[in-house]
Write a protein that binds this ligand. Structure first.
Ligand SMILES: Cc1cc2nc3c(=O)[nH]c(=O)nc-3n(C[C@H](O)[C@H](O)[C@H](O)COP(=O)(O)OP(=O)(O)OC[C@H]3O[C@@H](n4cnc5c(N)ncnc54)[C@H](O)[C@@H]3O)c2cc1C
Length: 343
């Protein structure tokens, strides 16, 4: 491995699918990059990931480790650092005063790069229900395409009471006819929600509006499943529960330090993408990929986003280089544009 330059082309914060896709693109184009990985991944705790063609049912730890190994064993221009970045800021770099970035890890070590890619992911916010954490992600799933198929043939709970409940219930009915919508308390007097619950009932699902007291993890298999205890009445044992959890950006602190704009919390609170072709953000030089900027949070989408961010940062560097060269050429020829023809 050649020595790492003081100023790399890109600082990539995040070693999940988005950061790995960005770094592979750089490895292939001999672009220099450092990937920072605090090793906190959204899908922590799952043993199989799905909906990724050719990698269906793979352990996500294996997936990331193969990706890293392929990059480090074949290509010399990408470096990995298992550290947490705690500070990120714009900085004029080198003797050229390049308008770049400096990031600092938890140990105080600083790293400099021309462009910055935020592939920092998001994390799920658990509802305030006793036992929720103890069942996540073993018996509680946020996506029925990701999980559900292997657990089919057991009663399912849909922990949702919103204008999207019927959509979720419809998917669950593909896995078992015994679906119960858990509203966790009285159904709000909202016509759209009541209509959703009526649709679910028309499809054969039950609606249980009792307040949940706690969730009990009965053991690792879906045959053991999860028992829902209510504030009153009989408990209900299910193979699994599905819920659309709210998410927040894992590294909102860095996003704030850089002044990168996010969409409204009601729209997801993720980083606002200004140019979707190259995943640029509201701050010049900062690009984003993966869950931290995507309303639809999936591995394949994150990988595509990571690639777009890498391309965006790469093109910005190339454009700046072109412009600098053009300026030099114009100076050489006394600002006469016709000078190019003389070359
Ligand atoms: C339980 C569960 C199961 C799922 N199953 C599937 C599935 O089967 N199929 C599917 O397509 N999707 C699935 N998903 C969604 C999938 O996990 C995400 O869409 C995907 O991981 C997003 O990739 P990412 O690279 O954006 O973020 P992540 O994979 O979360 O990676 C974020 C990276 O950023 C790093 N990071 C963050 N902040 C810092 C910092 N300050 N310094 C250094 N590093 C930092 C983290 O350490 C990590 O390396 C699942 C999600 C959950 C919650």
């Amino acid at each position: 491995m050649p020595p790492r330059p003081q100023i790399v082309d890109a600082l990539i914060i995040g070693g999940g699918p988005a950061g790995l896709a960005a770094s592979l693109a750089y490895a292939r184009t001999r672009t220099t990059a450092i990937v920072f990985d605090s090793q906190s991944y959204r899908n922590e705790g799952i043993t199989h990931m799905h909906t990724v063609p050719s990698r269906d049912h793979i352990n996500p730890y294996e997936f990331r480790s193969i990706a890293r190994e392929q990059i480090t064993s074949r290509y010399p221009s990408v470096w990995f650092e298992n550290v947490t970045i705690t500070q990120a800021a714009k900085k004029q770099l080198g003797k050229e005063n390049y308008d770049g970035f400096e990031v600092t890890d938890g140990e105080g070590q600083s790293y400099q790069g021309k462009k910055l890619i935020l592939a920092t992911g998001s994390r799920d916010v658990y509802p305030d229900i006793e036992g929720f954490k103890e069942n996540w992600p073993q018996h509680i799933y946020q996506c029925l395409a990701c999980d559900g198929f292997e657990q089919r043939g057991m009663p399912i709970g849909i922990l949702d009471c919103s204008p999207k409940t019927a959509h979720f219930t419809n998917m669950a009915l593909n896995f078992d006819a015994r679906v119960t919508v858990l509203t966790n308390g009285a159904v709000p007097e909202v016509a759209a929600i009541k209509q959703q619950l009526r649709i679910c009932e028309a499809w054969g699902a039950k609606v249980d509006s009792r307040k949940i007291k706690r969730l009990v993890n009965n053991g690792p298999t879906h045959e053991e499943g999860v028992t829902v205890e209510f504030e009153e009445g009989e408990p209900l044992t299910l193979g699994f529960i599905a819920i659309k959890t709210a998410t927040v950006n894992r590294s909102q602190d860095l996003i704030d330090q850089l002044g990168v704009e996010c969409v409204e919390p009601a729209m997801g609170g993720h980083i606002k993408i200004v140019n979707p072709m190259f995943n640029s953000t509201s701050v010049r030089g900062v690009f984003a990929g993966g869950d931290t900027c995507a309303p639809m949070k999936q591995v394949t989408i994150s990988m595509a986003d990571g690639l777009k961010a890498a391309a965006g940062a790469g093109i910005e560097i190339a454009t700046e280089k072109e412009m600098a060269t053009q300026k030099l050429l114009e100076e050489d020829f006394g600002g006469v544009s016709g000078g190019y023809e003389a070359l």
